[in-house]
Design a protein around this ligand. Structure first.
Ligand code: ADP
Ligand code: MG
Length: 232
């Protein structure tokens, strides 16, 4: 069976700023990720990991090369195309980005906004079910301020996955968590992703979670390579 790659990045460069202050942060990035694959990207701080993730997630527009996400070219794409493409993805960031005035259940329901046609009752049911899957069935009506770091991150995972996105992009999702909570949230991501068949690209510095990856890639100074052999 031939699988369509979910993500194909070819010869992508990226620059910030302009004129004399212009700085190149990505150099000739080539990356292909198959549907259903879990890929972890590591590498030093400032090496360009977040920049690449935001390009793939169409949170910023690609300047050169080719960036095909789910078969659609995003390089030089229109605003509308980028907005549309963004809706296909689930995002999980370190600073969980939950709405402080909304309960866990309401935050997860926000993840279903893309399905404008869904009835309120169904939204409620799907969100509650997803919170149950991440082990928060007894916290549905808590505000984020009443939840621990690990619990908030689990709400963020539920919100990202509730719409069954084809691609999940996670930027250092365990950075603010203790060892046990960090492990728990990646295990949940891994299991849900394998159930839903979604593709995951996860940026992390956390060596303890590398084993959930099908493949590990390494970013250094704006260039992508395979993980270097461990030096002893
Ligand atoms: P990482 O996620 O690996 O820590 P980033 O992708 O955030 O790295 O940053 C790569 C480089 O691009 C860094 O030198 C950073 O300072 C620079 N950079 C990131 N975002 C911007 C921006 N919005 N404007 C200018 N420079 C930026
Ligand atoms: Mg970063």
């Amino acid at each position: 069976m031939t699988q369509n790659p979910a993500i194909i990045v070819q010869q992508v460069d990226h620059y910030f700023g302009s004129g004399q202050l212009q700085k190149q942060v990505l150099f000739d990035i080539n990356l292909q990720i198959e549907s259903g694959e879990i890929v972890i990207m590591t590498g030093p701080s400032g090496s360009g990991k977040t920049t690449l993730l935001t390009l793939i997630g169409s949170l910023r527009s690609a300047q050169s090369g080719s960036l095909k996400i789910l078969g659609q070219e995003l390089c030089q794409a229109s605003r509308d195309t980028l907005t549309q493409a963004r809706r296909n993805n689930g995002y999980i960031f370190q600073a969980h980005n939950l709405h402080g005035s909304l309960t866990a259940l309401e935050n997860v329901q926000m993840g279903l906004e893309v399905h404008g046609s869904m009835l309120k009752a169904e939204r409620h049911e799907r969100a509650a079910e997803m919170l149950k899957k991440v082990g928060l069935e007894d916290r549905l009506h808590y505000l984020p301020s009443g939840l621990s770091g690990g619990q908030k991150q689990r709400v963020a995972i539920a919100r990202a996955l509730v719409s069954h996105p084809k691609i999940v992009l996670a930027d250092e999702p365990t950075a603010a968590l203790d060892k046990k909570s960090g492990r728990d949230v990646v295990d949940i991501m891994h299991d849900l992703a394998k159930q839903q068949g979604c593709t995951i690209l996860l940026v992390t510095h956390d060596n303890r979670i590398l084993d959930i990856a099908d493949r590990i890639i390494y970013m250094e100074d704006g260039r992508l390579s395979k993980q270097p052999e461990a030096v002893s």
